[in-house]
Design a binder for this molecule. Sequence first.
Ligand SMILES: [Zn+2]
Length: 148
Amino acid sequence: MALTKCKACDKEISKNAKKCPHCGEPTPKKTSSLTWIVAILFVLFFVSMCSQESKSPAQRAQEDCTNGILSYYYAEVFIKKNLKSPTSAIFPSYSDVQHTYLGECKHTFSGTVNAQNAFGAMIANTFNVTIRYDKSTQTYYLEHISLE
Ligand SMILES: [Zn+2]
């Protein structure tokens, strides 16, 4: 049996003893391996949480820069501004439009949007729009739009 010395009376006692049999002094608790495992998991959990949170604004901006779905959302906003009846617009889903990434955060989308014309009739408009994401201002800018 492993022995250790009591801190209070300096007599040899069992490491497993909860308190000294000579003087009654409680022995320092040994941290169980289970406690260690839980503690380590807890730390790992927090580290992983933090690493997800700690994406720098530059990293996030870079992701937005190349994000086609997000860019298409903003492209729709620009197209709506050019429609006679924006509320009537029915856009194709991202998978149904032609998306070209031009590099440097520029995206071109082309497809067909259905919307009411000035007379209230639903017509198909062919759009071709190029938008640019500015990383420093985190804003989308319209570079080019054609709507026929
Ligand atoms: Zn003792």
